[in-house]
Design a binder for this molecule. Sequence first.
Ligand SMILES: Cc1ncc(COP(=O)(O)O)c(C=O)c1O
Length: 343
Amino acid sequence: MTARKSFASDNHAGAHEAVLRALTEANTGDAAAYGEDPWTARASAELAATFGAAGGVFFVFTGTAANVLGLSLLLRPYEAVICAESAHLNVDECGAAERVLGCKLLTVPAADGKLTPALVASRLGGRGDEHRAQPRVVAISQVTEYGTCYSLAELAELAGFCRAEGLRLFADGARLANAAAWLGCPLADIAAQVDVLSFGGTKNGAVGAEAVVVMAADLAEGVAFQRKQQMQLASKMRYLSAQFVGLLADGTWWRNARHANLMAQRLADGLGGVAGVTLWQPVQSNAVFAVLHPDHIARLQRDWRFYVWDETAHVVRWMAAFDTTEADVDSFLASIRETARFT
Ligand SMILES: Cc1ncc(COP(=O)(O)O)c(C=O)c1O
């Protein structure tokens, strides 16, 4: 296996040392199970305060589970979720929400991965018609699957539209930390615009720990039962919670996200002037999407790991992580330049 840094996914990175330290500290003696332990009390209290979440915070193992649990708090069986066609929820979760919740996803093409009031409005037909699944939740991703971020103004506009239309707003926050670092705002500013959201730990240096954040107390009714039914109630919960304690201490989560974003920006900046390589999306997080000649892609993939996002349009995705170094980026850029010469 190559020792070169992977640019395929922030999931390829290992665990952050603060997470490992917290896990070791939590690994002392016995602790009550199923979240009755001090680590869970501390992590959920800290996160609830950070987000301003009156409904509480609930840990799960995966981002897919966080999406399913979050949506389950907002939907009745005949209700539907409006999301971008590119949403992880729609593309990369094997139909988990459809299977587990039995809900319909109403998808909308969104060029930059972001929903707007107009795009949501385009899927609101058939309300009140008993033959149609009833749109009830708008699900966005912040950061989106294309690495773009909603600005706070865009979020506020979408939230206002949802309120006026009687729709709930859910945010998949697998990379919420990167969004907060990009926007330079507290997590609470993003959270204030939505009803329920997830806060990803894994892509920030945790090992399979995600949080579901419930903003209003009345939405939290039943969340404990839903989580158990969805097989996400960890018996040794302290090991999930402790990871968040580690990430929250001294703003580690923010530094990790900011660093990953900066490395993506460094990569994007370095592409300027490389013939035949153009950015496909603006760089607003830790992802760089670029278009390049298929021969160039093939040559680069001999030495470097990354995904081809769209085979037809020759779009690739390059991800930076909390542990990507400037030297990793510069070495990757040197290869991009070198292999561009033969295209
Ligand atoms: C936008 C988004 N949501 C959710 C997830 C979580 O996925 P998983 O269930 O693999 O943890 C990911 C992971 O790639 C993601 O990119």
